[in-house]
Design a protein. Structure first.
Length: 301
């Protein structure tokens, strides 16, 4: 008996073809996974992933000093100097040996140091001023300016009351915004020759020198109403005041004259002699001011 041929419709054929293709893909995928598991998996590096900087946060500087768990390289944020929110908050990095210039550095009990970082401007509370009328805030104010001078940062201290007692020679080389800040200066520690604040330049000091003829010509032109003095044209935007050359409000140098036949004569003496020759009497306060900047001859004191 002959068998009738078996016929398969097109849908069955398509289903079979799809099934076979799926099995082939599955088999290929399994083979690929086996190959990858044999050691060909790509290496994924985490070196390029950004690292998080973790800060230890303290309410005050005193709390930071007491923490013995801080290690070199750690980062610290304080919320205030004496108390949280007092305006003295800042960020520090813990370092080992302190630099020779320790301005902006706080010594910890462990022998490590906390060094200021991420500073865009400086205020006095960041350096520990108290403002109680008893503490000599001049010590901390001087430290703040020393740090600002070193880092070329502005002082921005727009409020607060500070008492300066014995501290002198606070050098200012950067811009200052004092706003409503009040300074109480204990005058019993004042002297005629030492200043509390010194506004100084970053540029090299300049000394003006004139020969006897130029000096005489210059002094003849220093009179009320004079607006142009040819000898000073090269020093436009500078100001001569009491023998001190000043530019943009900052002291440049003491302006001495060239020695003449009488010896080393300072400009202060020349000013006094000029007014005496004109019969103009000067107040003792003005003479004292000149004497504080110049070694006046005894006849002019």
């Amino acid at each position: 008996m002959s068998k009738s041929p078996k016929f398969t419709n097109s849908s069955d054929a398509n289903r079979s073809e799809h099934f076979n293709r799926r099995n082939a893909i599955k088999a290929f995928s399994l083979a690929s996974l086996a190959t990858l598991s044999a050691g060909t998996l790509p290496a994924f590096s985490t070196e390029s992933a950004p690292k998080k900087i973790v800060y230890s946060v303290f309410a005050t500087i005193a709390e930071m000093k007491l923490d013995t768990s801080l290690k070199e390289g750690a980062f610290v944020r304080v919320l205030g100097y004496h108390k949280s929110g007092d305006g003295g908050g800042a960020e520090y990095m813990i370092t080992g040996a302190a630099a020779a210039d320790q301005s902006g550095t706080i010594s910890l009990l462990t022998g490590l140091h906390a060094t200021l970082i991420n500073v865009s401007s400086v205020n006095y509370t960041m350096f520990g001023t108290v403002g109680d009328g008893q503490n000599d805030d001049g010590v901390q104010i001087k430290a703040a300016h020393n740090y600002a001078n070193k880092m070329n940062l502005p002082i921005v201290n727009t409020h607060g009351e500070f008492w300066i007692k014995e501290t002198t020679g606070i050098e200012i080389l950067t811009s200052v915004q004092w706003g409503h800040t009040i300074f109480h200066i204990d005058e019993k520690f004042n002297t005629r020759t030492v200043n509390r604040f010194l506004v100084l330049p970053r540029e090299q000091l300049v000394t003006l020198e004139f020969d006897a003829t130029a000096k005489a010509r210059l002094l003849a032109q220093i009179r009320p109403g004079a607006t142009i003095i040819p000898e000073f044209v090269p020093y436009k935007n500078y100001l001569i005041a009491g023998g001190i050359m000043v530019r943009n409000g900052m002291e440049i140098s003491e302006s001495n004259t060239v020695p003449d036949s009488k010896g080393d004569t300072r400009l202060g003496n020349d000013i006094l002699n000029y007014y005496k020759a004109k019969g103009i009497k000067l107040r003792s306060a003005f003479i004292s001011m000149l004497n504080s900047h110049h070694e006046l001859e005894s006849s002019n004191n």
